[in-house]
Design a protein around this ligand. Structure first.
Ligand code: UD1
Ligand code: CA
Length: 459
């Protein structure tokens, strides 16, 4: 169920699309349902359904279908909409909230197994115990422990009910027929005027049918209703991801954020405050230092990304060194053993093996050959206000500090560009290019100037 508006988020974005560790929060329950072997996964969409459906199609393709709930009339109504969309041959139906991002396939498997193990049961229901059950539906049982009903927080009727710490995480399993039969009886006589799926429990009890409670892990079933829940769920998700990588041999320090979908090889170290996003892949032995932000970056082996570097949609080859404070923008290809230093920005530029740009440079739309050295303050002037042009620096060339290379232009193999030069024409292989004004020294001028200015100064 992912059709709710999520009023408590106070957001223009539908609740289920808010990101948790790089994916919309409803991605995780959908993935869990697929992983637990559900044959036919139907997502109930409503609020923001165009964006929600487009995401599902892009991410899961044919494996997931949608059913539309026109108005958010409550979880009972959402289930009705979902049932209308499922294969009529389905015997068992698992219904699950879409706002529980920490859910895993194992949590669903447990509910499925419990249902199958209890012959007479009409309904299986996950339950868990929370220290603070505020906001959740409470599981009400009789003295013998039989489940009687779920009471929503707003509808709690007595202190005894308020003391109940066993809550409903929002995972239900029954036959399709039982869901149909129960939902047909639901009325919206509750605090929110909604049709509650939770009424299915009282329905079962009133019709002499058994509900099996399935104890579940409390921490993974916490629902996201507001932004405090969102941040808490995301912190737990990052910790879960970090733990998984540590087990596989990568050190992920506390406070690093490795998104779902990132891949780390053995002996990778990700320091605190680093954020690894999208389809980022990091090769064996590489280190991502404090405060780096990497989005869709492929990194080879034994690479050093020093503090506070920002890299996007680029390839970094083995043993390269980047940063501190480098900005590697999309479509950069940083070759083996290349050094990119502080305040160097690259964009759509390839640096071949061993090339160096150690300080303060803008390298846009370029090709820098093997072993070339780019001095401090070099700028590839790639844009003339209309279109982008390519700068080619061939292998072994030396670009002196504070040079401007006005593209399109080629600096030939092993050529030398003197400091402070503006290159506007190709430089032949092995040549020296120099374009700066010749230096003139005026002997004693500074002293004469000082004397004159001092004379003008008012006492
Ligand atoms: C629900 C349960 C509550 C449980 C809690 C667990 C009901 C009535 N209450 O409360 O017992 O403790 O989840 O997290 O079910 N949705 C729709 N259409 C709607 C309404 C909701 O698709 O008309 C979807 C939402 O997008 C969400 C899920 O159903 O994914 C749960 O809805 P929400 O409004 O968050 O229910 P809670 O108040 O959290
Ligand atoms: Ca909820």
């Amino acid at each position: 169920m992912a059709a709710g508006q999520g009023t408590r988020m106070k957001s223009a974005t539908p609740k289920v699309l808010h990101p948790v560790a790089g994916r919309p929060l409803f991605h995780y329950p959908v993935r869990a349902a697929l992983a637990s072997g559900c044959d036919d996964v139907v997502v109930v969409v409503g609020h923001g359904r165009d964006v929600v459906s487009a995401y599902l199609a892009r991410e899961f393709g044919e494996r997931v279908r949608t059913a539309v709930q026109e108005e958010p009339r409550g979880t009972g109504d959402a289930t009705r909409a979902g049932l209308a969309g499922i294969d009529p041959r389905a015997t068992r139906v698992l219904v699950c909230n879409g706002d529980i991002p920490l859910l895993l396939a194992d949590d669903l498997d447990r509910v499925i197994r419990a249902f199958d193990a209890h012959d007479g049961a009409a309904l299986a229901l996950a339950t868990c115990h929370l220290e603070d059950p505020t906001g959740y539906g409470r599981i009400l049982r009789d003295e013998a422990g039989a489940i009687l009903a779920i009471r929503e927080h707003r509808d709690l009727a007595s202190d005894r009910e308020r003391e109940v710490r066993e809550i409903n995480p929002g995972i239900y399993l029954a036959s399709a027929a039982f869901f149909h039969e129960a939902i047909a009886s639901f009325r919206s006589n509750n605090a929110q005027g909604e049709i509650y799926l939770t009424d299915i429990v009282a329905y079962a009890h009133e019709h002499g049918k058994k509900t099996v409670g399935v104890p579940s892990r409390a921490e993974v079933l916490v629902g996201v209703n507001d932004r405090n829940d969102l941040v808490r769920a995301e912190e737990a998700m990052y910790e879960r991801i970090a733990t998984t990588w540590r087990v596989r041999g990568a050190t992920v320090r506390p406070g690093a954020r490795v998104d779902d979908g990132v891949d780390l090889a053995e002996d990778v170290v990700v320091e605190s405050g680093a954020c690894l996003r999208g389809a980022t892949r990091v090769g064996r032995g590489s280190q991502i230092d404090v405060g780096c932000v990497l989005t869709d970056v492929t990194i080879g082996e034994d690479v050093r990304i020093r503090p506070y570097s920002v890299l996007a949609t680029s390839m970094i080859s083995s043993r390269a060194q980047i940063g501190p404070f480098s900005h590697v923008r999309p479509d950069s290809a940083i070759g083996e053993e290349v050094h990119i230093g502080n305040f160097v920005e690259t964009k759509n530029t390839r640096l071949e093996r061993g090339a160096k740009a150690n300080h303060l440079a803008y390298l846009g739309d370029g090709i820098v050959g093997a072993g070339a050295n780019i001095g401090a303050g070099t700028i590839f002037c790639n844009y003339d206000g209309f279109s982008k042009h390519t700068t080619v620096i061939e292998s072994g060339a030396f670009i002196g500090s504070d040079s401007q290379i006005v593209a399109p232009v080629t600096v030939g193999e092993g050529a030398y560009v003197a400091t402070g030069t503006t290159i506007t024409r190709d430089v032949p292989k092995g040549a020296l290019a120099i374009s700066r004004v010749r230096q003139e020294n005026k002997e004693g001028y500074a002293d004469r100037l000082r004397a004159r200015l001092r004379g003008q100064k008012k006492p």
